[in-house]
Design a binder for this molecule. Structure first.
Ligand code: PNS
Length: 179
């Protein structure tokens, strides 16, 4: 039964580009599982449970989308959940080589598993989780790149406050000047 597709990724943090792909994927497949990789080698900004919580909130409006986590090989997870396809987004030519390699490797490991690529929406083609984190760490605005929930979580994670890093910096600078 060709019903279940997986959208795997790190989602550290989820971006508007990810959400666009989830929305479009939810229309293409009967069931879409957003599968967050539990990768002990990476040092994520957000824990697996934090990412899962954010994605669950962000995908609440899609009745056929479920959020899950996995470790080990994607093909083994796909077999466990009975998925026939893997959904991935391509933003630019630079993504293509890596994505092609993954798709071919996954097909080698599990010939029945298809990889379906969607091109990123133009507005989101420059966004990546890594760039969002870099900008947020350096006090830049990321509200065009990530949903409001993620903006807030980034602020809390990086500043300990629900305010922008820039505002936080000037508040701290103001305090030290007064001393
Ligand atoms: O968002 P990302 O970090 O580009 O996602 C990469 C991901 C999770 C899709 C990929 O690393 C993956 O599938 N990892 C699971 C391990 C695996 O199956 N590796 C072999 C396929 S190349």
């Amino acid at each position: 039964m060709k019903q279940v597709a997986i959208y795997p990724g790190s989602f550290d943090p989820p971006t508007k580009g990810h959400l666009d792909l989830i929305e479009r994927g939810s229309k293409l497949f009967q069931h879409l599982i957003v599968a967050i990789l539990c990768n002990p080698d990476k040092d994520p900004l957000f824990s697996l449970e934090e990412r899962r919580g954010m994605l669950e909130k962000l995908t609440r409006g899609f009745s056929n989308v479920k959020v899950d986590t996995f470790d080990g090989l994607l093909v083994d997870y796909a077999r466990r959940v009975g998925a026939y396809a893997v959904l991935r987004g391509i933003r630019a030519i630079s993504d293509y080589e890596y994505e092609l390699q993954m798709a071919l490797m996954n097909r080698k490991l599990e010939p029945t598993l298809e990889t379906v690529f969607l091109t990123a929406a133009e507005d989101y083609s420059y966004i990546s989780s890594r760039i969002v984190k870099d900008i947020a760490r350096l006090g830049g605005q990321v509200d065009e790149m990530v949903p409001p929930l993620v903006v807030e979580r980034l602020q809390i994670k990086l500043n300990g406050y629900g305010e922008s890093p820039r505002a936080s910096k000037s508040r701290v600078a103001g305090k030290s000047r007064r001393k």
